[in-house]
Design a protein around this ligand. Structure first.
Ligand code: MRU
Length: 355
């Protein structure tokens, strides 16, 4: 298994030498390869094919892509660049449907575009860098809040990859796990996360890069794990949280949270406020991405005469009542519901006005 060179921090997305550098997550852990992207079309393709993935990382990549788009539009059209950039922003917004961080970041970039006169690149780059840095800062803060909640808990399970690879750095769920491990958390279990194997390929690899031991299980071993009393908490990230706390995350999260309730295990969702979609009153309104059935179907069932099809929703919605805590950088909502989320919203907006 490949190890990153020492002193090279794990970065899914990076602005380097005036271009967007991404770590291609399709071939990890066997191959660590980086791509240097210079156009919006390249970034859209990278998002759609999951070279870059994870809600916050997608949003950050899209913000940097707007810088690339602005450079191109300004070079081509001079002062008319604003008329042409909207189409590029729309292409980015449509690249994946469930993670709200994508449109959240694009809205921020679009609002700034409205105010810019002259060459836009440096101002847009400063905003994209800010979005990136804010995400890392949020993860570090959530790491502390989440580890405080875990207290003396000794064993946790995480699902999918909500680590440095899925964010600006450090991670949401894995940020909490990193922080808790530094305080003595002893046992980290990770699900494989079928069909794309984010857990098997990314999470355990990412933890290993940090010297954190973990134990991989098949997705369906999670029920037996809980029945055996081996974990206290499930810790996951989120792709979109509705205003009542219902949470869309990687397919299987709902099943895990349901099993957790059955076995007295608690469920923690860790996500920055950029993952909360205040416009949706409940999780029923969240668009769930359906990916190509070919991601699931073995080659032998892919012929025209095959009677086997596949259904491949890649996210599901966990109702708020199955969640024990939503951890954000602006505070924690225990036993989330509409009222708890509203309190978070108002304290978050007061804090951001004060900044
Ligand atoms: O399909 P993916 O790999 O983009 O899905 C990622 C997840 O579901 C993560 O749990 C979520 O984006 C949170 S990442 C901090």
């Amino acid at each position: 298994m490949q190890k990153l060179p020492l002193n090279r921090q794990l970065q899914a997305v990076e602005w380097r030498n005036s271009e967007l550098t991404i770590l291609d997550q399709r071939y990890l852990p066997e191959v660590v390869s980086y791509h240097h992207l210079r156009t919006v079309e390249q970034v859209v393709n990278a998002i759609q094919t999951m070279q870059v993935r994870g809600a916050p990382a997608i949003g950050i990549a899209a913000a940097y892509a707007v810088v690339l788009a602005a450079r191109h539009c300004f070079a081509q059209h001079g002062d008319g660049w604003k008329q042409t950039i909207a189409k590029q922003v729309n292409l980015l917004a449509d690249s994946r449907p469930t993670a709200v961080n994508l449109v959240w970041a694009l809205d921020k970039m679009s609002a700034l575009i409205e105010t810019i006169q002259g060459d836009p690149e440096s101002k847009l780059l400063a905003m994209a860098r800010q979005i990136h840095q804010d995400d890392i800062d949020a993860n570090l803060t959530m790491g502390i809040y989440g580890a405080d909640i875990l207290g003396k808990c000794t064993a946790v399970l995480t699902h999918c990859n909500a680590g440095a690879l899925a964010t600006g750095g450090y991670g949401t769920a894995l940020g909490v796990i990193r922080s808790a491990c530094s305080r003595g958390l002893q046992q980290v279990y990770a699900t494989e996360t079928r069909p794309w194997l984010q857990g098997a390929r990314l999470t355990v690899w990412e933890l290993q890069q940090d010297g954190i031991a973990s134990t991989l299980i098949t997705d369906l071993a999670s029920g037996y794990l809980m029945q055996q009393g081996k974990i206290d908490w499930i810790i996951v990230g989120a792709d979109r949280i509705a205003a009542n706390g219902d949470t869309a995350n990687k397919i299987g999260t709902y099943a895990l949270a349901t099993l957790a309730r059955q076995h007295g295990v608690k469920t923690m969702v860790v996500a920055p406020c950029s993952t909360i979609d205040w416009t949706l009153i409940s999780g029923e309104m969240i668009a769930i991405e359906q990916r190509d059935p070919m991601e699931l179907l073995p080659d032998s069932y892919q012929g025209d005469d095959s009677l086997v099809t596949a259904w491949n929703p890649v996210f599901d919605v966990t109702p708020a009542h199955l969640i024990d805590a939503i951890v954000t950088e602006r505070g924690v909502v225990f036993k989330p519901d509409e009222n708890g989320m509203k309190k978070l919203q108002s304290s978050a907006s007061q804090e951001s006005q004060a900044e």
